[in-house]
Every structure is written in structure tokens, then in C-alpha cells.
Design a protein around this ligand. Structure first.
Ligand code: USQ
Length: 393
């Protein structure tokens, strides 16, 4: 296949590009390096220095793993998107190229608008470029489990069957997300549902859970091929953050009670999932939804696993701190999300074990001199800490 990976400079995009190339597919990588600018903006830096995209592509080729076409530009620039899709002629497009952080989108009006304009416009441009130049290509779009929120019913993997006044139908699953970032993905899902139905595009929306991990098979091939791992309050995901906190002698920052439950997956399983769906594409006109996670945990369970593993395997004493939750989210809730479709396609999950956490902790420990502890503590709040009193009467 000809596979175009959008957002290929990022945590998941780069290992994905390498995975497809090593499987013998022809790979194009696209990025505008915006994430690197956002990192500078919030004072975040990856766990280790990350080579520029072009240098990583060169190193990958020099090691004999194959070449990649590199496209540097912005998905919100339609002339650029249209030209790349026309020239590269992708069979499959893997779309990670979005602002990926919920806290970033909640920092203020400007970051919120930027997130939604960037994410929604980029995906709309892609829809129109596909309609024009690659109507048979399969779009694999990274959505988020957070689009659903935490409803008091099971989360389906596709539409919700409903019965109203004796009549039955199916409706897109109602979404109640918890940030303007997650909302941008909801808007994408709606736009893509319409585009599949109206233009006949093939679309798979992968509602991915929270990814953890520092390495994939490909990043381990050479230090120059490492991916960008974050641990700061804006771009770091929770388990990666807990590992950084452990090796820095900081308490684990559990928000609130830690009883929030979420779906998780190992970065290695992200690689498996995107390959499996690409090899088993959606039909023309089909908008297919899959829930991409392998296990559900509460945040406190994760913190306890990290605490225990740090003591057993690295001899580190780690405290768990319950911080006032900076987010507006339910802490005690029902959570039962279906996730069968990827297993049916052949996903073999890497479950979260003490061995996995131990390997992550050792990676963070080896690079602990790069960890900036000033960006660990959450400062981005969903609601104002001291709300102005609401006038009564
Ligand atoms: N949390 C803590 N302590 C921390 C960080 C987070 O208790 O130090 C809690 C949060 O309150 C939240 C949960 O952990 O309940 C997850 O937070 P997160 O920052 O790891 O993940 P989230 O903001 O949900 O977003 C991440 C990715 C996003 C992706 C999403 C998948 O940044 O790109 O879409 O995971 S999901 O959560 O399933 O929507």
C-alpha cells in the first residue's frame, strides 16, 4: 500500500511511519512541526532530545529500513493538502495531525480556538482533498475514547440502538466530552460521518484510549529513531507522567480521588491497531467506529501499580498525592466500554504488567537528568479557582 502518515513527527506518528515502512509499504510522512512550537510555548520538552523528522527519516534509510517521502506543511493550507494527496496518491491515510492535549485546549480562549480551528479545518481539508484526488483511499482517523465522556450506560462501538415512542432507530453514540480538545474530535467524527455518507469516502474512526509507553520495536533499533515522549502537565499522558514523577522523587499527582476510570493501551498496540485496520479497510461510503484500548483502570490503580513497581524493581520509595482535581470530570462513575472489533481483526494486546511498568521506569530513570520537574505540577484549570459570586435575584 501507499500509506500517508499525517502528524509523523509526533509520539505515535513517527513509530507508525516506521512500522509501515518495515512491513514493505510505501510511506509518505507529513508534518508542519507545530507540536514542537506548542512545546516551546508551554515550556515542555520531551524526555530525550528528538532528532528533526528529516534526520530521523535519513537515519532510518541509512540503517537499511527503507525510504520515506517527506512533506512539510500545514493541513489547514488547502493548496498544500490537495497537492500532497494528488502527488502521493495514498491508498491509506493515517491521520494523527492534530493538537492532542486536553489541558492545552483549556488554557484559555486563544488555545481553545486554535485547537478547534487546527483540528477541524485540517480534517475538513483532508476530506475535500480525498474527494478530489483519492476518492478510493481509506482514511484511518485517530479519535478519542474521551469523546464519549462517562455516560451511565455502556459505551457502544458504533451507533446506539434507541427506541422512542415504540419506534426503533440507530443514532451516532451521544458524545459528552470533557474538554474543548475532545470536542474537536467529536466535530471531526460528525464531519467524517457526513463525508462518508455523502462523498462515499471510506473512513475508520479509531476512538483511542490513553496511550502509555516509551518504546516500540522500531524505536529500539537505534537511538536516533526514538519518539517524542512527554511527561509535562500539558502534553504528558497520565502513566508516562507517573513514571517521570517516580524517578524524580516527586509524589504521583493523582487528580482528586483517582476513582476516574479510563481505557488504556500500550503504544505497541497502537502500532498493531493502525496496521490491522489499514489491511482491513472500511467499505466505500462506510464510516466505521472502533474503540482502541485494551484495558480499563482507575487512575489510583495505576498510581499504586507504579508505586509498587518502583519499590520492587528500582528500590524507589514513591508517594501518592491526591491533588485537587484541576479538571471538571466525574470521579465516581459507571464505565463499561465495548472494545471487540480490533480483537476480532487479530489484535494481540500487550497487557499492563509490572514488567511493562518496570521497563518504562528504567527508561525514565536512565534519562532523569533531562526531566524538568517544574512542568510536572498541574496549573491549567478547567474552572476558575475563585469563581466570581453569581448575583442572586
Ligand atoms: N490525571 C491524573 N493525574 C495526572 C494526569 C492525569 O489524575 O497527572 C487523570 C486526569 O484527570 C484524567 C486521566 O488521568 O482523568 C487521563 O488524563 P490524561 O492527561 O492522561 O489523558 P487525557 O487528557 O484524557 O488525554 C489523553 C491524550 C489525548 C487522547 C486521550 C484519550 O492526551 O490525545 O485523546 O488521552 S482518552 O482519555 O481516552 O480520551
Amino acid at each position: 500500500m501507499r500509506v500517508l502518515v499525517l502528524g509523523a513527527d509526533g509520539y505515535l506518528g513517527w513509530p507508525t511511519a516506521m512500522r509501515f515502512a518495515r512491513l514493505g509499504h510505501e510511506v509518505g510522512v507529513l508534518d508542519n512541526m507545530a507540536k514542537r512550537a506548542w512545546e516551546l510555548e508551554v515550556g515542555a520538552r520531551p524526555l530525550w532530545p528528538v532528532e528533526p523528522l528529516q534526520s530521523r527519516v535519513n537515519a532510518f534509510a541509512a540503517l537499511g529500513h527503507g525510504t520515506m517521502d517527506v512533506f512539510v506543511g500545514d493541513l489547514t493550507d488547502y493548496a498544500f493538502v490537495s497537492q500532497v494527496v494528488r502527488e502521493f496518491r495514498p491508498d491509506t491515510i493515517i491521520h494523527y495531525a492534530e493538537q492532542p492535549s486536553a489541558p492545552f485546549s483549556m488554557m484559555g480562549r486563544e488555545q481553545c480556538v486554535r485547537t478547534q480551528v487546527n483540528n477541524v479545518t485540517g480534517t475538513l481539508n483532508l476530506i475535500w482533498a480525498m474527494r478530489e484526488h483519492a476518492p478510493d483511499a481509506h482514511l484511518v482517523k485517530l479519535g478519542s475514547m474521551g469523546e464519549y465522556g462517562t455516560p451511565n450506560i455502556d459505551i457502544e462501538e458504533g451507533p446506539l440502538p434507541i427506541e422512542v415512542k415504540g419506534r426503533r432507530d440507530e443514532i451516532p453514540f451521544p458524545k459528552q466530552p470533557g474538554s474543548f480538545y475532545h470536542l474537536s474530535k467529536v466535530h471531526d467524527s460528525h464531519n467524517l460521518t457526513f463525508a462518508a455518507r455523502t462523498f462515499g469516502l471510506r473512513v475508520t474512526d479509531l476512538n483511542q484510549g490513553i496511550v502509555y509507553g516509551t518504546q516500540t520495536e522500531e524505536t529500539l533499533l537505534d537511538r536516533r529513531l526514538r519518539t517524542s515522549v512527554h511527561y509535562d502537565q500539558v502534553f504528558g499522558t497520565v502513566l508516562n507522567r507517573f513514571c517521570a514523577e517516580s524517578v524524580s522523587g516527586r509524589p504521583l499527582t493523582v487528580y482528586g480521588t483517582g476513582q476516574q476510570m479510563r481505557g488504556f493501551l500500550n503504544i505497541r498496540d497502537t502500532m498493531q491497531c493502525v496496521v490491522l485496520v489499514s489491511l482491513n479497510p472500511a467499505r466505500p461510503g462506510e464510516f466505521r467506529v472502533m474503540n482502541q484500548f485494551t484495558e480499563a483502570f482507575t487512575i489510583l490503580e495505576l498510581a499504586q501499580l507504579v508505586q509498587h513497581t518502583a519499590r520492587q524493581q528500582l528500590g524507589l520509595e514513591v508517594e501518592i498525592a491526591h491533588l485537587e482535581n484541576p479538571r471538571n470530570e466525574l470521579q465516581q462513575h459507571y464505565y463499561n466500554a465495548k472494545h471487540e472489533k480490533l480483537l476480532e481483526l487479530g489484535l494481540v494486546p500487550h497487557h499492563l504488567t509490572a514488567e511493562t511498568v518496570g521497563a518504562m521506569l528504567r527508561d525514565f530513570h536512565e534519562h532523569r537528568q533531562h526531566i524538568d520537574t517544574s512542568v510536572l505540577v498541574p496549573t491549567v484549570r478547567w474552572v476558575r479557582a475563585d469563581p466570581a459570586p453569581i448575583a442572586q435575584g
